[in-house]
Design a protein around this ligand. Structure first.
Ligand code: NAP
Length: 310
């Protein structure tokens, strides 16, 4: 593709697809670049019940697919499995996007590259990744039929995925380092009422143990008295937050101390024509609806920027 793109969008999650919807509806030539599955992190979410318009809730992959189809229907182009590895701001004010040996030129860019799950960094984690250690219950839960598993974390993701895992596992331990949960109160009530879940707080995971190359246990340490205990589990699911995917913007943009990109209210950055949206930004409540909303704002103002330059 050599023609000039009006608005290039990096990332095909809720922020990116909504930015594309607004940019395409603004009559800009809009291209989404997505290196993997369209939908971003929501493809790993079993059930979404807080996205408006779906009173019964909707599966994450289905919602991602609907967003994708809507952007396409309004004229956005999608370059899937294209990994943009370099982003340059050229002297003429345009942007050069590089993927493998292909380069693309765009008049404006919306960076909506999202975040990736954080890791605990404890012994055994790396060794047993993919062999009992997982960051995606939707992907891996079926491997744990009638087995015991541990879920680590106290946010929305940990609590939701612990509930989901009870459909498969015999027992789910939910381990959180504090007695108070960060997750929404309704979810915490639900997890307390779900049979098959044992909540253990305040405990920190300290080591993942294995046998025959697979996870066989999790050692946890009391935050109160430092005593330890070992849980016999076949799976350890980690939901301990996320890291913003800001590498493309490292040299170009300002970030806060946690790596989230600092933007104006319109998604703009200090680089004219470069906008950011979704989980890579400082948006305080990281939800699908807020990612989509910030995508709408960035997409709209990216078109306004392009139109102004004409
Ligand atoms: P999060 O809200 O940042 O929660 C991370 C949890 O992991 C916290 O409870 C934290 O404990 C714990 N933690 C962090 N580092 C740890 C460590 N080294 N050892 C043990 N525990 C550790 O992350 P999240 O649940 O992935 O959610 C991310 C964002 O996505 C949030 O804004 C969330 O609301 C949103 N989300 C929304 C939905 C939904 O609306 N359906 C679903 C999933 C996620 P502390 O509490 O002690 O810090």
């Amino acid at each position: 593709m050599s023609d000039l793109i009006d608005v290039a969008i990096i990332g095909g999650g809720p922020a990116g697809t909504t930015a594309a919807l607004y940019a395409a509806r603004g009559k800009a030539r809009t291209v989404i670049f997505e290196r993997s599955m369209m939908g971003g992190q929501i493809v790993t979410t079993d059930h979404v019940d807080n996205y408006p318009g779906f009173p019964e809730g909707i599966s994450g992959p289905e919602l991602g697919e609907l967003m994708h189809q809507q952007a396409l229907a309004h004229g956005a182009e999608i370059m899937q499995f294209v990994d943009i590895t370099n982003l340059k701001h050229l002297d003429d004010g345009t942007f050069e996007l590089t993927a493998d040996d292909e380069t693309y030129t765009a008049r404006a860019v919306v960076l909506a590259s999202g975040s990736v799950p954080s890791k605990l960094g404890i012994p055994g984690e790396e060794e047993f990744t993919g062999r009992g250690v997982s960051w995606c219950a939707t992907c891996d839960a079926a491997f744990y039929k009638e087995k015991d598993v541990a879920v680590i974390g106290g946010g929305d993701a940990a609590v939701e995925e612990a509930i989901y895992l009870t459909k498969f596992a015999k027992k789910v331990y939910l381990i959180h380092r504090r007695d108070e949960f960060r997750a929404a109160a309704t979810l915490v009530d639900k997890v307390r009422e779900t049979s098959g879940i044992e909540i253990i707080t305040p405990y920190n995971p300290v080591e993942i143990k294995g046998e025959d190359g697979k996870v066989s246990g999790l050692v946890i340490e009391s935050a109160d008295d430092k005593s330890t205990r070992e849980l016999a589990v076949s799976g350890v699911f980690e939901f301990v937050g996320a890291n913003p995917q800001n590498v493309l913007a490292y040299d170009l943009l300002e970030r806060d101390e946690r790596g989230y990109i600092i933007t104006g209210n319109d998604g703009s950055t200090k680089v004219p024509g470069l906008f950011c949206a979704g989980d890579i930004t400082q948006v305080p409540l990281k939800q699908i609806v807020t990612a989509a909303a910030s995508g709408a704002i960035a997409g709209f103002y990216a078109v306004a920027y392009v139109d102004k330059k004409d």
